[in-house]
Design a protein around this ligand. Structure first.
Ligand SMILES: Cc1cc2nc3c(=O)[nH]c(=O)nc-3n(C[C@H](O)[C@H](O)[C@H](O)COP(=O)(O)OP(=O)(O)OC[C@H]3O[C@@H](n4cnc5c(N)ncnc54)[C@H](O)[C@@H]3O)c2cc1C
Length: 281
């Protein structure tokens, strides 16, 4: 894609880049989405990979994933091997592989770029929603705010970031990482874009009774992540009923990657599989 309205490429040097953001600017991360469609409003690209943020930071509180962490860096972290005390990280690799990109996209595409591109089939949005992550957002004027990813990615290629706001990182809580999680992804073709991507999780034994016994997060089949929490492990019939109560046919996403009716079928099927895998129900 020739972006022939762009006049300047500016390496971001620090927090002040947020205050210097102007109409006609765009944050540039890996560029794999930004360079894929025309935007005649663009005048300047502000390269946030120049900020040199550490990709992944593990603390007692959980895992902080920098917005500029690449899909490749995240996939490696979840694979070699996932820290034993954080079994939920086992789903990271599957989420990364749900991004049906090339070697180049795998190596330049970022977690933040994926969330901010806000495609329904954005697997980093799925991962963040599935693990109950919180986004840290830098705001013009020196402020910052935190928001659940379902309140950031709010529609098909629509997000709730105000002009100039910069996604800094996502934080995955340790209490979720200490539990178990599983993933199911469905596409029309083996290498097709996700028509449905479900993540389910159960809490660690020491949080039984405090945290929901079973959590299901539905993404890709819908334009905005839907989370269903169950105080007790549901029966398959109760799970079906909860999905039906939350989503009518018109809530399912429609595009060349799947009809609403088929996506609804995938969601029900995969939800039951996840319930069985994680709870034996
Ligand atoms: C062959 C191919 C297959 C693909 N498959 C998929 C797929 O299956 N699913 C999918 O979701 N995408 C897919 N993509 C699109 C894209 O590659 C990914 O979404 C990728 O993760 C985007 O990351 P990036 O770092 O390249 O983002 P960029 O292109 O740099 O940025 C994307 C958008 O987000 C903004 N942005 C970037 N970082 C931030 C930040 N930290 N704060 C605020 N705004 C920011 C940019 O200004 C831009 O508007 C595909 C692309 C290609 C070329």
């Amino acid at each position: 894609m020739d972006l022939n309205t762009v006049e300047q490429l500016i390496p971001a040097t620090g927090r002040e880049a947020v205050d210097a953001f102007e109409p006609g600017d765009a944050w540039l991360a890996g560029g794999s989405a930004l360079f894929a469609w025309p935007d005649p409003k663009l005048r300047r690209l502000v390269d946030i990979t120049a900020l040199g943020w550490r990709a992944l930071t593990a603390t007692d509180a959980g895992l902080d994933i920098a917005a500029t962490c690449t899909i490749a860096e995240l996939a490696d972290y979840g694979t070699h091997p996932p820290p034993a005390e954080w079994p939920a990280l086992a789903i990271v690799r599957g989420c990364c592989e749900a991004l049906r990109g090339s070697f180049k996209v795998w190596n330049v595409g970022t977690v933040g770029g994926n969330i901010c591109a806000s495609l329904p089939a954005g697997p980093m949005t799925s991962l963040a929603a599935g693990l109950g992550a919180e986004c840290l957002i830098w705001q013009p004027g020196g402020g910052e705010r935190r928001a659940a990813v379902a309140d950031v990615v709010i529609g098909d290629c629509v997000n709730a970031l105000a002009p100039g706001e910069l996604l800094r990182s996502i934080h995955v809580p340790a209490d979720v990482l200490r539990g178990r999680a599983a993933i199911r992804q469905g596409s029309l073709t083996p290498m097709g874009r996700s028509a449905s991507l479900l993540i389910a999780r159960v809490p660690p034994a020491d949080l039984a009774g405090e945290a929901p016994a079973f959590t299901l997060v539905i993404t890709a089949a819908v334009a905005r992540a839907v989370t269903l929490e169950f105080a007790e492990v549901p029966t398959p019939a109760e799970l079906d009923a909860a999905i039906e109560a939350r989503l009518v046919l018109g809530d399912y996403f429609a595009d060349p990657h799947g009809t609403p009716r088929w996506r609804r079928h995938l969601v029900r099927l995969h939800a039951r599989e996840l319930l069985e895998e994680l709870t034996g129900a």
